[in-house]
Design a protein around this ligand. Structure first.
Ligand code: NI
Length: 181
């Protein structure tokens, strides 16, 4: 159980398709889940996928209670999701800003389904199935992409909406001040 190094964009492991987990409720799987939870907590992320710590398996953790990186977002229950499947429940998509621990310091605008059903298993083999919307749906789509070797910049259609977090914040603040006047 420890904080692991998070691989950064450019590492070929992040482009690989992850393998499904075949055995649940094992010490190895619990160890991996704990490493993911510890690493996500340390980095203050909203989610982390096993390939990001160098393990090419279909294992995700995500969740958000009052998170300083996402002050305006709703909370998401802390979840371990293994061998996930996603089904969009409508064609509606929405643009939103995303970041990724494997793409540190940057933010980009990405279009995602706003209403999905996802399913999978917890680390003990218990079935998980949820219908979610908006930010929760966005986080799950982002994390599942990691299992297909996809990082969010590959989903971007407008590269002008991509930049360093602090610069984007500065620009947003300046724009808000302008609009007040
Ligand atoms: Ni990510």
């Amino acid at each position: 159980m420890s904080v692991k190094k998070v691989l950064r964009m450019g590492d070929p492991l992040l482009l690989k398709t992850a393998e499904p987990v075949e055995k649940f409720n094992t010490r190895t799987l619990s160890g991996l889940v704990n490493d993911l939870l510890d690493t996500m907590a340390k980095q203050e992320g909203a989610g982390l996928a096993a390939p990001q710590i160098g393990v090419s398996l279909q294992v995700l953790v995500f969740g958000l209670a009052a998170n300083p990186r996402y002050p305006d977002e709703e909370s998401i229950p802390m979840t371990v999701l293994i061998n996930p499947r996603i089904e969009p429940l409508s064609d509606q998509m929405e643009d939103g800003w995303e970041g990724c621990l494997s793409v540190p310091g940057l933010r980009g605008l990405v279009s995602r389904y706003t209403h999905i059903r996802y399913s999978g298993f917890d680390q003990f083999g218990g079935k998980i199935e949820r219908e979610v919307r908006d930010f929760h749906a966005r986080v799950v789509q982002h994390e599942c992409d990691h299992l297909d070797g996809i990082l969010y910049p590959q989903r971007m259609t407008n590269m002008r909406a991509f930049g360093f977090e602090d610069e984007l914040e500065k620009a947003a603040e300046a724009k808000m001040a302008d609009e007040k006047e």
